[in-house]
Design a protein around this ligand. Structure first.
Ligand code: FES
Length: 654
C-alpha cells in the first residue's frame, strides 16, 4: 500500500506505507516529518491534512477536532488502511537527516533472545548446555554458565538462535535489564548508517550516519582494492578505518554505555567493503574471473569490541552474491521483497556503485556498474552528505526564480545528492544546461556567474559537477539498458521501478527522468525505499527466517557481468547526454549526427576524480583496448592519458 503526498509547486511523491500506522508515522518512516506541536498526541489539531483514500475511521477525540473540516484528518491519529493521498496546503514537509529504509512487513521474532536459566536438577548429570539445547565455542560463556549452575541459582542468558553469548545470575546487577539491543549497519563505499534496535520494544531507538573514513584512500572500490593490495598493513589500515567509521556512530546514537548493551549486529555492504571489513584481501574481486573469497554470512564477532558494542556480541555480515553484487543488495532484495513484488520490477540501488536487479516471473537477474560518489554528494565542489544544512530539494519556476530546502532548515552549507539531481534537472528543463551537459545562460538572460549557478553566495553548481552527474547517471542508465536488452525486455515490460539509496527518500521521479537516469518514457510507479541495505540488516536481526532467505538469494540471483561486454562502453557513452539515448546498436562511434560532442570536453571540464573511479567497471578492470581515434573511452581519465595514469600498470600488468 502506498501514501502519495501532493504539495503545490512540487511533483507528487509516492512512498510505501504500512497498514495500521498513522500518516505521521508513515511519513516519519520515510525520513519526512510534519509540524506536530503536541508531539502527535491528537491534541493541537495542527497536523490536520486533506486526506483521501483508505483510512481507519476517526475516533471521538479526532472527530471533535476535524468536525468543521470535511475531507481532512489529523495526520497523527489517522491510521492507514490502504492507498492514501495526502494534500499539504499550509503544512511544510521537512526531511529529517536520518531515516530507516523501507521494509515490507514481516513477523518479528529475533534470533537474539534473553532466556531464563532455570535452576538445574541436583540429581541430573546432563551437561549444562545440553539440558537447555544451547551451544557455544566461547570459553568465557562456558565459564559464566558454569558459575550460574554451580551456585544453583537462577540466571539469564543471551542466545543467538541456539548459541550462548553470555550468561549471568539474576541476583547480580546485569547490563541487560533493559532488554537486548541490536545494531543494523550499512557499510557504504562513501556513507555509513546505523540503526539501533530495541528488540524487547521492537522498535528503532536511534539512527546515525557518518562518512566512511576509507574515502581518504579513494572514492571508489577499485582504488580501495588497489590500496589493500599494496601490503598486509594497508589492508589492516583499511579494516581499521571501516571499523572506526562504524564505531563512531554508536556514541552519538545511544552513548557508549548503552552501546555496550548491543548484543548483536548485522553489517551490509558491497563485496569490497565486506572483504575489507573482515581484512580479507579483495584483490580477486578486481581480476578475472572476478571472484569473491567468501559469500556466506561471515561471523566477525571477534571484531565486536572495535565497534563500540558489547565485546560478546554476535556480529554477522550479510551474505553476498558475487564480486560486485554484495551484501547491501542482498539486504535490499530482502527488505523490499523484490521477488514477490507483482509483475516485472527494476530495483536500482543508487550509490557509489550502482546495482540493478530485475525481478521477472520469480527470477532475479542482477548487474552492477561504478557510478562514482557524485550522487551521494561527493566529488562535487559544493557537495555535502545528507547532513544539517545540506540542500536536499530544489525547484525552479518558469520565470527562473527558484526555491530550495535544507536538511533541518539550517542555512545552506552544501548540496547533497538529491538536490544535485533536482538542480541539474531544473537547469536542463530551463535550458541553462544543454543536452550535452554544457552550462550556458539562456538567450537574453544572465543566470550564471563565472559559469556557475549560485544558490547562495557560497553554494553553487559548477560545470564540473554537471559532468559528474553525467558520468554517474550514464553508468547506471547504461547498465539498466544492457540488462534489459539481455533479458529481451522493453520499457513496456516494466511494471515498477524501485529506487533505493541512502538519499532515496528525497528524490523526485521527474528529476530522475529529466536527467535520464531512468527512462523518461516510463509511466509506471517509481517507488523510493530509502536505504534498503540498512532496512535489510535490521530485518536480518528481527526475523529468524530472514538469514536463510538472504542466503537463498546468493544461489538464486543470476549475475550478468556487463564488464565483459565490449558494448558497455558504447552504451555508456550514449547515456552521457541528457537526451534520450540512441537506440541500441546505433553507430555511435561512426559519428551519429545527434551525438553529444563529448570530444569537446574542455580539459578544465574533465572531472578530477581518482583515476578510473567513475569509469564503467568493465572498462576499468580489463586491459585497455586501443582507443578509437578521437573517442573518449574513460572519461574519468581522458583517453590520451589512459595508459599513463597511476592505475594503468596495475590494470594492465603487461
Ligand atoms: S500533532 Fe497535534 S494533533 Fe496531531
Amino acid at each position: 500500500m502506498q501514501i502519495t503526498i501532493k504539495q503545490t509547486g512540487t511533483e507528487d511523491q509516492t512512498y510505501q506505507a504500512e497498514e495500521g500506522k498513522t500518516i505521521l508515522e508513515n511519513l516519519a518512516a520515510q525520513g519526512l516529518r510534519l509540524d506536530a506541536p503536541c508531539g502527535g498526541r491528537g491534541k493541537c489539531g495542527k497536523c490536520i491534512v486533506k486526506a483521501d483514500g483508505a483510512l481507519e475511521p476517526p475516533d471521538a477525540a479526532e472527530q471533535k477536532l476535524i468536525d468543521e473540516f470535511p475531507g481532512k484528518r489529523l495526520s497523527c491519529t489517522a491510521k492507514v488502511a490502504g492507498d492514501v493521498t495526502v494534500t499539504l496546503e499550509d503544512q511544510v514537509l521537512f526531511s529529517s537527516i536520518k531515516a530507516m529504509g523501507w521494509s515490507a512487513p514481516y513477523e518479528i521474532n529475533p534470533p537474539l533472545q534473553e532466556i531464563e536459566l532455570e535452576i538445574l536438577d541436583r540429581q541430573d548429570p546432563t551437561g549444562c548446555l545440553d539440558v537447555r539445547n544451547i551451544t557455544t565455542h566461547n570459553i568465557e560463556a562456558l565459564n559464566e554458565i558454569a558459575t550460574v549452575d554451580a551456585t544453583y541459582s537462577r540466571g539469564r542468558a543471551l542466545v543467538w538462535l541456539d548459541e550462548l553469548l553470555h550468561a549471568w545470575p539474576v541476583s547480580a546487577d546485569n547490563d541487560y535489564s533493559t532488554g537486548p539491543l541490536a545494531a543494523a549497519f550499512d557499510l557504504g563505499t562513501t556513507g555509513l548508517a546505523l540503526a539501533v534496535i530495541d528488540l524487547k520494544e521492537k522498535k528503532v531507538i536511534a539512527l546515525e550516519t557518518a562518512l566512511n573514513p576509507q574515502t581518504a584512500k579513494g572514492g571508489d572500490v577499485i582504488s580501495r582494492i588497489t590500496e589493500a593490495d599494496y601490503g598486509k598493513q594497508n589492508l589492516l589500515d583499511l579494516q581499521s578505518m571501516a571499523l572506526e567509521g562504524l564505531a563512531s556512530m554508536v556514541e552519538p546514537a545511544v552513548g557508549l554505555e548503552v552501546g555496550r548493551k548491543i548484543s548483536a549486529a548485522v553489517i551490509s555492504g558491497n563485496s569490497t567493503m565486506q572483504h575489507l571489513l573482515a581484512a580479507v584481501n579483495p584483490k580477486g574481486l578486481a581480476q578475472a574471473p572476478y571472484r569473491p573469497v567468501f559469500t556466506h554470512m561471515l561471523d566477525i564477532s571477534h571484531l565486536a569490541e572495535r565497534l563500540n558494542i558489547s565485546p560478546r556480541a554476535k556480529v554477522l555480515m550479510a551474505p553476498m552474491i558475487s564480486s560486485y553484487v554484495g551484501g547491501d543488495i542482498v539486504s535490499g532484495i530482502l527488505a523490499v521483497q523484490l521477488k514477490s513484488r507483482p509483475g516485472t520490477v527494476v530495483f536500482i540501488d543508487v550509490g557509489t556503485n550502482g546495482e540493478i536487479v530485475i525481478s521477472r516471473g520469480g527470477k532475479l537477474v542482477a548487474t552492477s556498474c561504478a557510478a562514482g560518489p557524485a550522487l551521494e554528494g561527493m566529488n562535487i565542489l559544493c557537495g555535502a552528505r545528507a547532513q544539517t544544512g545540506a540542500v536536499d530539494t530544489f525547484t525552479m519556476e518558469e520565470d527562473l526564480s527558484f526555491k530550495y530546502t535544507t536538511i533541518g532548515g539550517a542555512p545552506a552549507m552544501g548540496i547533497c545528492g538529491s538536490a544535485l539531481i533536482d538542480i541539474t534537472a531544473f537547469l536542463i528543463k530551463h535550458k541553462i544546461i544543454n543536452k550535452a551537459g554544457r552550462m550556458r545562460d539562456p538567450a537574453g538572460k544572465e543566470i550564471l556567474k563565472d559559469n556557475r549557478f549560485w544558490l547562495t553566495d557560497k553554494v553553487f553548481l559548477d560545470q564540473l559537477d554537471v559532468r559528474q552527474v553525467q558520468l554517474a547517471k550514464g553508468a547506471i542508465a547504461a547498465a539498466m539498458e544492457m540488462l534489459m536488452e539481455r533479458l529481451g525486455m522493453t520499457l513496456k515490460d516494466i511494471d515498477e521501478i524501485v529506487i533505493a539509496g541512502s538519499f532515496g527518500y528525497h528524490l523526485r521521479a521527474e528529476s530522475l527522468k529529466t536527467i535520464k537516469l531512468i527512462p523518461p518514457d516510463f509511466e509506471g510507479p517509481v517507488t523510493f525505499v530509502g536505504n534498503s541495505s540498512l532496512a535489510g540488516s535490521a530485518r536480518l536481526l528481527l526475523n529468524r527466517d530472514s538469514p536463510a532467505e538472504a542466503l537463498s538469494y546468493t544461489r538464486e540471483v543470476e549475475v550478468i557481468e556487463l564488464g565483459f561486454d565490449p558494448k558497455f562502453q558504447q552504451v555508456f557513452v550514449n547515456h552521457l547526454a541528457f537526451w534520450s539515448p540512441l537506440p541500441s546498436g546505433a553507430p555511435v562511434f561512426a559519428g551519429h549526427p545527434d551525438l553529444p560532442d563529448f570530444r569537446s570536453f574542455r580539459s578544465s571540464e574533465v572531472p578530477e576524480l581518482p583515476a578510473h573511479s567513475a569509469a564503467p567497471r568493465g572498462a576499468a578492470l580489463r586491459p585497455p583496448r586501443a582507443p578509437a581515434a578521437g573517442v573518449f573511452l574513460c572519461l574519468a581519465c581522458p583517453a590520451p592519458r589512459r595508459r599513463a595514469c597511476g592505475e594503468s600498470r596495475w590494470l594492465n600488468p603487461d
